[in-house]
Design a protein around this ligand. Structure first.
Ligand code: ADQ
Length: 480
């Protein structure tokens, strides 16, 4: 078995989840997926090599506040999934320095040491101009590729100028990675749709590198992908990797079918690999998960128990209400509007539930410079107002919206207070909120209402699975 194959086997083992089948109540029988297991995988590949993880989003952001500089951990499933790996092998993480105080925190080589937790690692920040951020991040990545890959009826926006910026920024990341590696052997582990051209750029500069790419979001079928004007270049970029990972086999199949339709390449369906330009790219599913034991322990810690009390006091919970909980980035793929409509309909159809059910929604603002996200925020606020106005009384409101980026303790506390956790994504590569909830609820007393269109739905067979586009069915699932 070659090294890539070995990694694939180990990662699949480490990332798989096998909860026992039941009736909607969770049993957290996940095998431990911890930093050590994932690190063992990467170490297998990089025994004598340096590990460099590359992503757009940085794992730690420094923000300037009135009272000094604050360190923020962004709400990102990519970071939740990948950080334990780089931490465990004390690797280097190259990412866009996006915080207002990021430059103040780095040394003369633009590096910052991320400590805390079990071990530390180096964060190398790449600086982007506002124009680069606009074209590459808000433009190609989040107005073209994100809607293209999720297929949730949000029309992708394509612009040649933005594509040129996207290419330039990928080149910038390439230069930073090469600088970090120097003349060493290295395995470069690239994250996500922001950096699709990076594998080929690195391959051309350093054919000896081991390049692993993980695509955290869905890959669409060839019919949906065909409208991408620079599809060939994007596919060629990805095919610079030795190993290309998606969460589930279905996305691997879509990717290989897309290659088949769009570029010249030799596809080996037995090995599930693509040959373009000499070296094979193995395409494999790695169902990413969370550090189950860690989350499980954190969820019952003293700070989380205190936060539970604080949350219940803040929403004036008087013990009579069952709490439905949502924890999301404010993103149109997460089905927040559909979830609100289902709660509204529940209260209309079953008025006896008024005063007895409350939805606590944590929503972290995201990509606020993209028009579609701004509109979503406005739509959500208007709908919450509307629903509360329709059903509330002097002592109770059906929807409690906690808008903002919440810390880990608050997220864990929200899982603890939930009778039902609502994950209603219209489409989602995996969805780690669902897995965190399973890990956090040792009491096996919470219910997970989970969209069928998440990668997680393939593994979490115990959850009550719903079609989030079908509001009536969601209403009935909530009532049941
Ligand atoms: P995301 O779309 O970011 O990830 P998800 O996997 O659910 O989605 O992870 C979100 C993470 O952010 C979780 O760790 C959660 O605790 C945290 N979070 C969510 N809302 C928050 C809030 N309001 N405040 C603070 N923290 C919050 C992308 C893909 C997913 C895929 C992951 C990992 O879209 O499909 O599962 O990458 O590959």
């Amino acid at each position: 078995m070659n090294e890539i194959e070995r990694v694939k086997d180990l990662m699949t083992e480490a990332g798989s989840v096998d909860p026992t089948v039941g009736s909607g109540t969770l049993s957290p029988h996940l095998p431990p997926v911890d930093a050590a297991a994932l690190a063992a995988v990467i170490r297998g590949l990089s025994r004598d090599s340096k590990l460099v993880v590359v992503s757009n989003r940085e794992p730690v952001i420094h923000e300037a506040r009135d009272d000094g500089v604050r360190e923020i951990r962004p709400a990102s499933g990519m970071i939740t999934g990948i950080e334990p790996i780089v931490r465990a092998v004390s690797g280097t993480w190259v990412a866009h320095g996006s915080g207002s105080a990021d430059r103040r925190a780095v040394d003369t080589n633009d590096r910052f040491t991320v400590s805390g937790g079990r071990s530390s690692y180096a964060l190398r920040r790449v600086w982007l101009t506002r124009q680069e951020e606009q074209g590459y991040y808000y433009g190609v990545a989040n107005s073209a590729l994100w809607p293209l890959c999720h297929i949730v009826y949000a029309r992708p926006q394509f612009s040649r100028r933005q594509w040129e910026t996207y290419r330039r920024v990928n080149e910038k990341f390439c230069a930073a990675v090469l600088e970090e590696i120097g003349s060493e052997d290295a395995i470069v582990f690239i994250q996500d749709y922001h950096l699709a051209l990076l594998p080929r750029l690195l391959r051309q500069a350093r054919p000896d590198l081991t390049i692993v790419m993980f695509w955290h979001i869905p890959w669409p079928n060839p019919e949906a992908f065909r409208i991408m004007p620079w599809g060939e270049e994007l596919l060629d970029g990805l095919l610079g990797s030795d190993l290309l990972g998606f969460h589930i086999q279905y996305h691997c199949n879509n990717f290989v079918d897309t290659v088949d339709h769009r570029v010249e390449a030799r596809i080996d369906r037995e090995l599930f690999s693509v040959f373009r330009g000499g070296t094979p790219t193995y395409v494999r599913p790695f169902p990413i998960s969370v550090d189950f034991e860690q989350v499980s322990d954190d969820a019952v810690s003293v700070p989380v128990r205190h936060r539970v009390e604080e949350i219940l006091a803040a929403i004036e919970h008087d013990g009579r209400q069952q709490l439905l909980v949502g924890v999301d980035r404010l993103d149109y793929t997460k089905g927040i509007i559909e979830r609100l409509r289902a709660v509204d309909r529940l209260l209309l159809e079953y008025p006896e539930l008024r005063g007895r059910v409350t939805l606590l929604q944590l929503a972290a603002p995201s990509r606020t410079h993209v028009e579609a996200y701004r509109r979503l925020g406005q739509e959500m606020d208007a709908l919450v107002d509307d629903i509360n106005w329709r059903h509330q009384d002097d002592t109770w409101q059906p929807i409690r919206l906690l808008r903002g980026h919440h810390d880990y303790t608050t997220v864990m506390a929200a899982y603890q207070v939930a009778r039902v956790l609502l994950v209603t994504s219209l489409h989602d590569g995996m969805n780690l909120v669902a897995k965190e909830f399973v890990a956090a609820r040792r009491d096996e007393d919470g219910v997970l209402l989970l969209s069928k269109y998440t990668g997680a739905a393939r593994e979490l067979a115990d959850a009550v699975q719903v079609n989030p586009f079908d509001i009536d069915a969601m209403t009935q699932a909530l009532y049941g």
